[in-house]
Design a protein around this ligand. Structure first.
Ligand code: CA
Length: 142
């Protein structure tokens, strides 16, 4: 079962996302601030991360920047901000997708499914095998 980390400080929104993703057949873990979220993201094996932009301690873009130094896990950003510049900045930082609040839960699930599928395809394409050596070059963001 694919495991998704939800980093969102608004408890109701976090709970709604978790419920929707569970109904979609995913396992979820919730974090409620940037510091906790980054720690969990670095230590856990997640297939995808939903990351809110406005978070206590570390903002979402800071979490994404730090995470990208170590990991290429696909990240979908969530934000109330509807700014094209922010969106472009976050995609440049390495988010695979961006969802603006208030969001439709059906759309959230559809985006999670499609990003996981796309990332998996790229993952298999980018794994190089040479004898016993397997090189992983996973870059799931375009
Ligand atoms: Ca927030």
């Amino acid at each position: 079962m694919e495991h998704i980390l939800i980093i969102e400080d608004e408890r109701d929104v976090n709970r709604l996302l978790a419920q929707t993703l569970k109904e979609g057949g995913y396992k979820t873990t919730s974090a409620y601030d940037g510091m906790e979220g980054l720690r969990m993201a670095e230590n856990g094996a997640f297939d995808l991360i939903m990351l809110d932009l406005m978070l206590p301690y570390f903002s979402g873009d800071e979490v994404l920047r730090r995470l990208r130094e170590k990991s290429n896990v696909p990240v979908i950003m969530i934000s109330a901000r509807d700014m094209v510049r922010t969106k472009t900045d976050l995609l440049t930082l390495g988010a695979v997708d961006y969802i603006t609040k208030p969001f439709d839960l059906g759309e959230v699930l559809a985006r999670v499914v499609s990003n996981l599928r796309r990332c998996k395809k790229e993952e298999s394409r980018k794994q190089l095998t040479y004898g016993n050596l397997v090189l992983d070059k996973v870059f799931c963001f375009s």
